[in-house]
Design a protein around this ligand. Sequence first.
Ligand SMILES: *Cc1c(COP(=O)(O)O)cnc(C)c1O
Length: 478
Amino acid sequence: MNLSFEKSRPGRYFPVIPPLDVPEAALPDGMTRAAPPRLPEMAPPDISRHYARLARRTYGVNDGLYPLGSCTMKYNPKVNDEIANLPGFTGIHPLQPESAVQGCLEVLAESERLLCEITGMDAMTFQPAAGAHGEFTGVLLIKAYHDARGDGARDKIIAPDSAHGTNPATAGMTGYRVINVPSNGDGGVDLDALRAAAGPDTAGLMLTNPNTLGIFDRNILEITRIIHDAGGMCYYDGANLNAIMGIARPGDMGFDVIHLNLHKTFSTPHGGGGPGAGAVGCKARLSRFLPSPRAAKTGESYVFEAPEESVGRVTAFNGNFLVVVRALAYILTLGADGIPDAARNAVLNANYMMRKLSDIYDVAYPGTCMHEFVLTLERLKNDCGVSAMDVAKALLDRGIHPPTMYFPLIVKEALMIEPTETESRETLDHAVAALREIYDAAGTNPEILRNSPHTTPVRRPDEVNAARRPRLRYDFGS
Ligand SMILES: *Cc1c(COP(=O)(O)O)cnc(C)c1O
């Protein structure tokens, strides 16, 4: 397919900017370009077709199953988008006085109340723009807490080897040393190793639960007790709340801080690089450190408040507010019955798919999974020379988006599958049939799998170069 630059014809330009109807003002020296930008010149029908053609080549949850583990690529009700698009939400300016945006402050305060109820926390901020940003904010709260007590000796954060990669990364960014603890045979945290790691230098623990193996740690209460006994704080990575929302509350498990990915669980799609919200909740003893400002109700009206010992702002203004609007619309539509129902169906769908595959594929940690499960294709690789990558690419030829590959790192040839609650049994059966067919093909015709995909516009891109040296500009050649 040609680029718009290649389709460009001189003079096909059509005016999109209305004629100037105010006095012309000169721009400051050094701020004007020497030559006009070389933009493609195309007629409206050709532009329209160009983008329609591109849109047909993308793949999203509206096209089919998107079982990308740890991403919760589920169907997000369109009505929540419509609500977030109401002019009262999209037409506001962050510098408007509080009196002019009472409804928006109410959205923030009400979302905080409901999400605190779901997580068992006492206060929440919606400033962080992503999950990893939320982790960073949450670890800042832990640091502020120890600093405020004059306890400067705690310079380590413990993270299990089954944690999401962002956990050790954010702990490191906050200036902490990261201590890794291994998993036990069931895929949970090794308690003896945790006891050995915890001590007077422990600032806290960062735990992803359910972890990246899709397993809910059955020792969760003991884990938080060990950390608290050592004087540390417990951080819960709740990016994947889909499996437990409305059923179990991290606050009741002993956690002090949590982040949620509203752009996974709560009705904003994840993965398109679009705006997100890594809401951070905490227990009352940490709330005075939360980012400033926070929406609160005083009497009959809503105001912005500054927590006494705030860690400061972590984003411009109030984060990605419309993501919070969608989350509130989602929670209010599902209600107290619908939220746990969605979680149960997410767990049911993952277990259904896992059981339908486990007689031929090896499940990394067999047993009941939560919202996702991890296959290890090590045996297939050794026996047939077909890797997790080959299986993922072969799924593309069958019209199915591949699962997450080569993650978590502690599983060899990993495929991490998260079907989500919004898929029908027929869709799951179709994906199971495709994976079983690919498994058979690995025995009879591995070559065809090693060369897949055969049907996509781009076959196997050089992923390292695409990530490290992306070509994002058109090369005019002169
Ligand atoms: C997605 C995810 C994150 C990171 O969220 P981003 O919004 O991509 O920064 C962190 N932890 C877990 C467990 C996740 O699944």
